[in-house]
Design a protein around this ligand. Structure first.
Ligand SMILES: NC(=O)C1=CN([C@@H]2O[C@H](COP(=O)(O)OP(=O)(O)OC[C@H]3O[C@@H](n4cnc5c(N)ncnc54)[C@H](O)[C@@H]3O)[C@@H](O)[C@H]2O)C=CC1
Ligand SMILES: O=C(O)C(=O)COP(=O)(O)O
Length: 322
């Protein structure tokens, strides 16, 4: 196989970078860094492969990359990629499903616990020296065990979350997916429902579905109006699935007790975002898959995918472009 050229647009662990360098020429340039932008666009003209994540690629970029054969994303979500433009040009898109499932489910369940038991507020009480008497009703949280968990998007991560909730915490699970899917749990532990029915039944609504044209803005004023008073919303999917103004209104009106957000319309969250200092929002810096073990596994899988396509072999996880 002749050596080809690969553009690495997000930092990779050294051993994974070395695997690519053993077979191909590597250019490293991250377009989000002002000092590397020029190099990134220059490189597009000569690359056969690209690997990275968290950068929105568009059709105009692909037009500047006539030799491109594969884009390997270090993520499972593919909302940052122009799917139709990739398909038209015959470019293979790869992603990393599966290897991050359990870590993301851990984080989502952690957010359920943290919002309901007010872990971050209570930890700041201690840290800031405000723990000067026994806690009282002002500081109490709410139980998690036995409450109903609604999961919107019942794929790999949604099902891993359901196992934690149903088998570990005795929580009845209600789930909603685009296509009918079995619960994967013993009988009586979980039931499928339409979105409206789920919103009406759940004490916690967890979003873990892809961002697409049909899910953008899905959770807006009408969805919040259906939720139980005192419900908690966790968004572990993508920011634009939730309408930000409607979320703030639902917190203001008391419809929502709290929200846990790992994802936002703009990331990193801008300094003037009203979500940032809100007392009932637990905002995290997109850490669903951010553990040493999982990020290492994601990088390894993304490099495998890339190298396979460049060798003319089938990758483990090509995203179906239709
Ligand atoms: N917070 C974070 O760091 C992370 C977030 N994610 C997000 O989680 C998403 C899900 O990942 P997986 O579970 O691996 O994907 P998956 O493809 O296994 O599951 C997605 C589920 O969403 C459902 N779905 C799709 N469109 C829908 C719609 N319009 N209405 C209702 N359900 C719909 C599908 O039927 C499927 O059940 C990713 O696309 C990504 O956006 C993934 C990893 C980390
Ligand atoms: O795997 C995913 O979809 C993730 O959310 C990982 O984060 P990223 O896409 O790198 O912002």
């Amino acid at each position: 196989m002749p050596r080809q050229t690969v553009l690495v647009y997000r930092e990779l662990p050294q051993p994974q970078l070395a695997r690519i360098q053993a077979e191909h020429e590597v250019i490293q340039a991250d377009p989000r860094r002002e000092d590397q932008r020029e190099a990134f666009f220059q490189a597009l003209g000569r690359v056969q492969g690209m690997i990275g994540s968290s950068v929105r690629l568009d059709a105009a970029m692909l037009d500047r990359a006539p030799a491109l054969r594969v884009v390997s994303s270090i993520s499972v979500g593919v909302d940052a990629y122009p799917l139709a433009a990739l398909r038209e040009r015959g470019i293979v898109l790869c992603h990393t499903p599966g290897v991050l499932t359990e870590s993301v489910a851990d984080l989502l369940f952690g957010m359920v616990l943290a919002t309901s038991r007010r872990l971050c507020d209570m930890a700041s009480l201690v840290r800031e020296g405000r723990w000067v008497r026994n806690v009282g009703p002002e500081e109490y949280g709410w139980d998690v065990h036995g409450k109903t968990l609604g999961i919107v998007g019942y794929g790999r991560i949604g099902q891993a979350l359901a196992r934690r909730a149903a088998l570990g915490f005795g929580m009845p699970v209600v789930y909603h997916a685009r296509r009918p899917v079995g619960s994967g749990l013993p009988p009586g532990k979980a039931r499928a429902a339409g979105l409206d029915e789920l919103l009406e039944a759940a004490d916690f609504v967890v979003l873990v579905l892809p961002l697409t044209d049909s899910t953008r803005g899905l959770i807006g004023p009408q969805a919040f109006a259906r939720m139980k008073p005192g419900a908690i919303l966790i968004n572990g999917a993508r920011g634009p699935i939730v309408q930000e103004r409607a979320l703030l209104d639902a917190l203001e009106s008391g419809r929502l007790r709290a929200a846990g957000l790992d994802v936002f319309d703009v990331e990193p969250l801008p300094p003037d975002s009203p979500l940032r200092g809100h007392p009932r929002i637990l905002a995290l810096p997109h850490i669903g898959s951010a553990t040493h073990e999982t990020r290492t596994a994601m990088a390894a899988m993304a490099v495998d995918n890339l190298l396979r396509v460049l060798r003319g072999e089938a990758p483990a996880a090509a995203y179906p472009l239709g």
